[in-house]
Design a protein around this ligand. Structure first.
Ligand code: CA
Ligand code: CA
Ligand code: CA
Ligand code: CA
Ligand code: CA
Ligand code: CA
Ligand code: CA
Length: 712
């Protein structure tokens, strides 16, 4: 049987090693300790260095607590089903044991703060009989390594869930903590947690104080393990007889799950038992799968989750339980008459893998996973959800009332079918159905043919590949604020009085008003073409003419013009931000303003907007890939100033913004909530105060909160 299995894998590592090498920097190979013979691991299999001192009837799961400075003080936490919970030192000596209750699953997160200067390293386990999670603080006191932090009762729900395992998730942008439990029946339940200085509590509760889950979903068949990648926000869940799934780890994330690998003959797996992750200093790392039949398998941690290799382990019939740390790997040897955990030095694994050309160096302790340098801003408000489900809300534009700021509005697109006007509290004032408006922009003081001024808005209408024009007026009992305007003259579509664009699939759009008052529209298409339209008002409507065509190499969308400086900023989604001269007679060359660097700016670059209050001027970009917004100082060479995220406020029942498309900002004093202006961001995942999914909407944040937090 064993022989057969290894036969099956012979071709695969060889095939893949080429792929892995090509994916690495050339410099990687220099760091491989090839030829280093000072390790006990051979090239054929890894060998256990030591075993735990005691054996147990059952071994369910394990996790390693890493000491901040001294790996010899690391602790192995073992969950032992009916045998309870045990803590071992790095030599496998049992230090502590509680066999009073049945315990399954174990996961650890570091530096969980109460916000008042106290923090704990948190251990979470599952109590299946009590339908609860139990929490402990871990410390390096060998006589008393675990301190009770209480339990979270999940039996109060209508449909109880008997947790068979747990995984913790600490969002590296927001620092928010959640726990997910899975049942053998294929259900997953997730709660948001907070450390209150003495115990762990649910942050979302009903009016009676009963903890409410923030997410509950069905995976399918029997579940056997889960683990969450905090860096990428991915929750891996093992469906024992089907495969390993990757889900979004955030409660709001409803993106389609992805299959990492499946059972033979389609995949490499047979009966999945355990999952773990290793992080590496270069941002890479591996997902590890313990499989009762297929053994111990390694996958790329990110993106396509490519299978890397199988690791042969000496004297193990089945691998069911695994726990890694930056210096050692522990595997549960459950097929022995007296099951134990066995320890394998990471150095041996590195040596073993380097012989297979797999880089396994510079492991990063999960303790050292950094909370990104992101300033967190709680949303002050949100608009009502849009009419359509799925990806619908896209781009906002702020309309400032000329005399009474309280009557200002947010005009925004629902790209599946219309335009909305909202008041400053986010209430819907109008839904103008029609078209597929993708982006919107407006200018409030456009001179009409009779010398009066009016507010002119433009949208990119993907239904007809046109630019649609509107007048924005104050909303009254008798007057709707968004009023279509007719395009006239040449270039008008036969089915609607809108300007026909020549770009391939209109996409992004922004307006520009030159110092002489002339209004322009920039509209771009997926192939990188950007048309500049000059608009001319007449008694019968608005005439449009293309005065220039600009290009970027790949798909753009977000754009914004700086009217006072005569510049156009364009986001090329995977590449960065470009700046063009916005003048219709200027040359069409572009300079790179900012680059997608995977750090400050993470693809896609989406919405762009400019904050300008006369004294300060910032370009703000939606860095969609890491759910943040990046601030550049336009009065100081476009210097990077900082990054912020819009987070939720559970006490107000408002959620945060993530996966943002369009953004807009206004610098006016809009009253007590928005004294220095308002920042508006589209939110892909909108939930209600009970964390139930709703249609998409727009989040509203106070500019004062943003600027005082980012520049402190
Ligand atoms: Ca806009
Ligand atoms: Ca995108
Ligand atoms: Ca886009
Ligand atoms: Ca968009
Ligand atoms: Ca999008
Ligand atoms: Ca949200
Ligand atoms: Ca909401």
């Amino acid at each position: 049987m064993k022989q057969q299995l290894s036969m099956k894998f012979i071709g695969i590592p060889i095939l893949l090693s080429g792929l892995i090498l090509s994916g690495c920097n050339n410099s990687d190979s220099q760091h491989n300790p090839a030829g280093d013979d000072n390790h006990s691991g051979s090239n054929r299999a890894i060998t256990s260095q030591l075993s735990t001192s005691q054996s147990y009837e059952d071994i369910a799961d394990a996790a390693v607590w890493e000491h901040p400075t001294d790996a010899t003080k690391n602790l192995l936490i073992g969950t032992l089903e009916g045998d309870g919970l045990a803590v071992f030192d790095s030599q496998g000596e049992q230090l502590w044991r509680d066999d009073s209750r049945e315990i399954l699953g174990a996961d650890i997160r570091y530096n969980i703060s109460d916000g008042l200067g106290h923090s704990v390293d948190l251990l979470a386990v599952a109590l299946p009989e009590e339908e609860a999670f139990a929490f402990y603080a871990i410390n390096d006191d060998v006589t008393n390594p675990l301190t009770d932090l209480g339990t979270l009762d999940i039996s109060t729900l209508d449909i109880g869930l008997e947790p068979a395992g747990v995984c913790l998730y600490k969002n590296t942008t927001t620092d928010e903590l959640t726990i997910s439990g899975f049942s053998e029946q294929g259900e997953v339940i997730q709660y948001k947690l907070r450390y209150d200085g003495s115990g762990m509590i649910s942050t979302v509760n009903d009016s009676m104080g009963t903890p409410l889950p923030v997410r509950r979903f069905t995976v399918g068949g029997e579940l056997s393990a889960c683990i969450t990648d905090d860096e990428t926000g991915t929750m891996f869940i093992a469906e024992q007889d089907l495969g390993v799934w990757a889900y979004g780890a955030d409660a709001e994330n409803v993106k389609a799950r992805q299959l990492v690998d499946s059972i033979t003959p389609l995949g490499h797996l047979e009966e999945i038992e355990g999952l773990d992750l290793v992080y590496m200093a270069d941002g890479k790392g591996y997902l590890m799968i313990a499989d009762e039949g297929a053994g111990f398998l390694l996958y790329q941690r990110q993106s396509d989750y490519a299978f890397v290799t199988r690791i042969e382990v000496e004297n193990f019939d089945e691998i069911k339980v695994l726990a890694t740390s930056s210096d050692a790997l522990w595997l549960g040897n459950t097929e022995l008459d007296d099951p134990v955990y066995e320890k394998f030095p990471i150095a041996d694994l590195t040596h073993y893998l380097s012989a297979k050309s797999v880089r396994f160096l510079d492991l990063l302790s999960p303790r050292d996973l950094e909370i990104q340098d992101v300033h967190l801003i709680a949303a002050k408000g949100e608009t009502t959800p849009v009419d359509d489900d799925g990806d619908a809300a896209d781009d906002p534009a702020f309309w400032l009332h000329p005399t009474d700021v309280s009557k200002s509005m947010i005009i925004a697109t629902n790209k599946q079918g219309g335009l909305m006007a909202y008041d400053l509290q986010g209430n819907l004032l109008q839904f103008l159905e029609g078209g597929e408006p993708n982006n919107i922009d407006l200018r409030t003081e456009v001179r009409d043919w009779d010398n009066t001024t009016f507010s002119l808005a433009a949208t990119s209408n993907r239904e007809l590949n046109t630019i649609a024009l509107y007048q924005i007026v104050e909303a009254t009992d008798t007057q709707s604020p968004i009023q279509p305007l007719n395009a006239v003259g040449n270039n008008v579509h036969a089915e609607a009085a809108q300007l026909i664009s020549g770009v391939d699939e209109v996409y992004g759009l922004c307006m520009y008003q030159a110092v002489d008052g002339t209004p322009y529209v920039f509209v771009n298409g997926k192939n990188g073409q950007i048309e500049q339209w000059r608009l001319t008002t007449s008694e019968t409507g608005i005439e449009g003419a293309v005065v220039r065509t600009l290009t970027v190499a790949t798909q753009p969308e977000g754009c914004v013009a700086d009217d006072t400086d005569g510049k156009l900023y364009v986001g090329e989604e995977d590449v960065g931000i470009w700046v063009f001269d916005a003048d219709e007679s200027a040359d069409t060359s572009a300079t790179q303003f900012a680059k997608v660097d995977g750090k400050h700016l993470v693809a896609d670059v989406e919405g762009l907007t400019i904050f300008d209050n006369g004294a300060e001027k910032f370009l703000i970009a939606s860095s969609q890939g890491n759910n943040t917004y990046v601030l550049y100082d336009l009065l100081n060479n476009g210097d990077y100033i900082g990054t912020f995220a819009i987070i939720g406020d559970d006490s107000a029942g408002i959620d945060g913004a993530s996966d943002t498309d369009g953004i807009d900002v206004i610098s006016a004093n809009l009253g007590a909530d928005y004294p220095e202006g308002m920042f508006i961001a589209q939110d892909w995942y909108n939930i209600d105060k009970r964390y139930q999914l709703e249609n998409q909407n727009f989040k509203l944040a106070s500019w004062k909160d943003i600027i005082e937090t980012v520049i402190d």
